[in-house]
Write a protein that binds this ligand. Structure first.
Ligand SMILES: O=C(CO)COP(=O)(O)O
Length: 251
């Protein structure tokens, strides 16, 4: 395990993009090439239909490609699902698991998410494990407890040599243009760090804690400067390469 991992700026395209969107991958590759030294790792998670072509387009650059979800089983009778090894085979290095949209739309529990993260690790992918409270939970004052339990139950027992990556995405900040205060982000990330260090020791100290939810070129610098924020998981603002690149530069 490396002592210090580079920050990670990850884009989640969600269910957006057909072939034409591959131009954004090409544009991002150009921007990254022109910029030269970038201090962060950069990842784009396109829909599964674009994954293989996106990874071909990204070749020869530092840009990495990831999946948005994977099944907990390595193969079998799971119509419509994609396994971690299929993502790897298509060129992915990472996979998002436990996004709140999947927890809400597909009834995924933290136990499901943990199984998916374990499947990703077994296949050789780096899981990005998402957690975050709803607005009602924040208003009720239970955000710490909810996120603490998600962290506790969504993470596998061991990550081996693979970096631990947890993305804190308050559900109410996703796609709304609203973000927590910097103090609230700092507080939650410190809370998660404490839990990870208590459980994983040095690997917890080195874990990458990403913030996600309405990250934009205009707020990225301030958010990314917050203690214990080691990167961002960006939705809407990752769809256009130029916007996403502004966030990468802010990091
Ligand atoms: O859900 C997100 C990334 O996974 C965040 O989405 P937005 O950046 O569009 O708020």
């Amino acid at each position: 395990m490396q002592e210090r991992l580079r920050p990670l700026i990850a884009g989640n395209w969600k269910m957006n993009g057909t072939s034409a969107a591959l131009e954004q991958i090409a544009r991002l590759k150009t921007l990254l090439g022109e910029a030269g030294n970038i201090d962060s790792d950069v990842l784009v998670c396109p829909p599964a239909t674009l994954l293989e072509r996106a990874s071909q387009r990204a070749q020869g650059s530092a840009l990495r490609i990831g999946g948005q979800d994977c099944h907990a089983n390595p193969s079998g009778a799971h119509t419509g699902d994609v396994s971690a090894s299929m993502l790897l085979d298509a060129g992915a290095s990472h996979v998002i698991v436990g996004h709140s949209e999947r927890r809400a739309d597909h009834g995924e529990t933290s136990e499901t998410v943990r199984a998916k993260a374990a499947a990703a690790l077994a296949a050789g992918l780096v899981p990005i494990i998402c957690v975050g409270e709803t607005e009602a939970e924040r208003l009720a004052g239970t955000a710490n407890q909810v996120v603490g339990e998600q962290v506790k139950f969504s993470l596998p027992e061991t990550f081996g040599e693979t970096p631990i990556i947890v993305a804190y995405e308050p559900v109410w900040a996703i796609g709304t243009g609203r973000t927590p205060t910097i103090d609230d982000i700092a507080q939650m990330h410190a809370h998660m760090r404490q839990l990870l260090v208590a459980r994983f020791g040095k690997a917890g100290e080195a874990a990458l804690l990403l913030y996600g939810g309405s990250v934009k070129p205009s707020n990225a610098e301030e958010i990314l400067r917050t203690p214990n924020v080691n990167g961002a998981l960006v939705g809407g603002a990752s769809l256009l390469a130029d916007d996403f690149f502004s966030i990468i530069v802010a990091a």
